[in-house]
Design a protein around this ligand. Structure first.
Ligand SMILES: Nc1ncnc2c1ncn2[C@@H]1O[C@H](COP(=O)(O)OP(=O)(O)OP(=O)(O)O)[C@@H](O)[C@H]1O
Ligand SMILES: CC(=O)N[C@H]1[C@@H]2OC[C@@H](O2)[C@@H](O)[C@@H]1O[C@H](C)C(=O)O
Length: 378
């Protein structure tokens, strides 16, 4: 597909409401759709317990209720309103918004995926053009519709000056990784990236903590640290058909409910340790799919704050495992930045996914454009 870098870099605000349902991340990125030029402010608007319950009640739906849609739009506009205009462009400020929305259902093999929230409403409220619905055209073209961060991971590897292949691993509710060869300039070209979801990451432990202890997550892995992983359950979990599929491949948040059921007889600590060990084992298994051993595994997403999970991952792979902060990046905002980057690519007419990242038939640009006054297909 055609398209080249924008003539001038623009400031874009990216927004992500992730599968762990903790809130909305927004972050500013300056880019021409190819290179990263600079990072700007970021903000977080948490979902309250009651709001999270509203989301959980609608996970799996293909049509969000009106109150949920309104909540998503309001929370995003509140998060975006916290951002000050970038200092080097106060008169022009933010040029574009990339709006992921909240995934409620993801069934790529049926050709559908659903991110709730209406970009046209956000465009009207913010008075800015919004690119949204990033995943639909990819699944319509035979792709997995996820992960979509890989092209941004590729741009980051080049931005930090990586010279050899590296892996970016995102530990959100679900895990996903991108193997990147920074020597290949075009992220859509064969050999530049290989990406896929690794398996469940934080979601099963979060679900366990909620069900047993009324807590939203295992802070710093404190509970898992007190337990002993049941490696038989981990091994059985790894027999799931997902691990025998070749990438690209993607997951829905609740695809691995069986593992949660398997730990039911265990104590709280052993169950947390087992689910944490399972998340780490999924990463180790994923590394076998990498085209060549990476120089390092850079970890982003909330799971990197969990020292027990990080130690288990490091023990299972053959390279250095480092939080992305070690290379000067912000692991809490990387996905929001990714959707800023992808929005700029859509604006430039550049692809946002390729056969090597989602399995889509050909490199394709996803996303729909809504302007404050009118809305149309981008
Ligand atoms: N200090 C910590 N100790 C343990 N786990 C943590 C810590 N901080 C964050 N987490 C985990 O990270 C999760 C949030 O991760 P993140 O914000 O990357 O998810 P997300 O963006 O919603 O998910 P996804 O990438 O799947 O869309 C929390 O729900 C929790 O499980
Ligand atoms: C369908 C969907 O929303 N998938 C998310 C989820 O969270 C992590 C993993 O599963 C990844 O596939 C994706 O998000 C990231 C941002 C992505 O598309 O790269």
């Amino acid at each position: 597909m055609g398209g080249k870098a924008l003539k001038e870099p623009i400031w874009v605000a990216g927004c992500m409401s992730g599968t762990s349902l903790d809130g909305v991340d927004v972050a500013l990125l300056k880019t021409d759709g190819v290179a990263i030029v600079g990072f700007g402010e970021s903000a977080f608007r948490p979902y309250s317990e009651a709001e999270q319950a509203m989301f959980r009640a609608e996970l799996g739906s293909w049509q969000a209720s009106e109150p949920l849609t309104e909540l998503i739009e309001t929370a995003h506009s509140q998060a975006l309103s916290q951002l000050e205009p970038p200092q080097d462009a106060p008169e022009r400020g933010i040029a574009l918004i990339g709006f992921h929305g909240q995934t409620l259902n993801h069934a790529p093999d049926e050709g559908r995926t659903y991110q709730a929230g209406d970009g046209a409403v956000l465009a009207a409220v913010m008075g800015l053009p919004v690119i949204w619905d990033f995943r639909s055209s990819d699944v319509e073209m035979g792709g997995q519709g996820a992960p979509l961060a890989p092209f941004y991971h590729h741009a980051l590897a080049r931005y930090v000056g990586a010279e050899a292949p590296v892996v970016f691993l995102n530990l959100g509710g679900v895990g996903n990784l991108t193997w990147v060869n920074p020597k290949v300039a075009d992220p859509a070209a064969p050999g530049a990236c290989l990406a896929f979801d690794t398996g469940p990451a934080n979601a099963p432990v979060n679900d366990l903590m909620r069900a047993r202890l009324g807590q939203s997550y295992d802070k710093d892995g404190a509970l898992a640290a007190q337990g002993r992983p049941d490696m038989e359950i981990v091994a059985r979990g790894l027999e799931h058909a997902y691990f025998y599929k070749m990438p690209p491949k993607s997951l829905d948040r609740n695809d691995f409910h069986g593992v949660l059921e398997a730990v039911a007889p265990l104590s709280d600590a052993d169950a947390a340790a087992t689910l944490t060990a399972f998340a780490a084992a999924c990463v180790a298994r994923a590394m076998d799919h990498c085209p060549s051993p990476p120089a390092a595994l850079y970890v982003t997403g909330g799971g990197r704050h969990n020292p027990v999970l990080m130690a288990m991952i490091a023990a299972g792979v053959d390279c250095e495992v480092l939080p992305v902060e070690e290379i000067g990046l912000d692991g809490d905002m990387l996905e929001a930045q990714a959707f800023a980057y992808l929005a700029a690519r859509v604006r430039a007419g550049l692809p946002t996914s390729a056969p090597s990242t989602t399995g889509v038939r050909a490199a394709i640009g996803g996303g729909r454009l809504s302007r404050p006054e009118v809305s149309s297909k981008a």
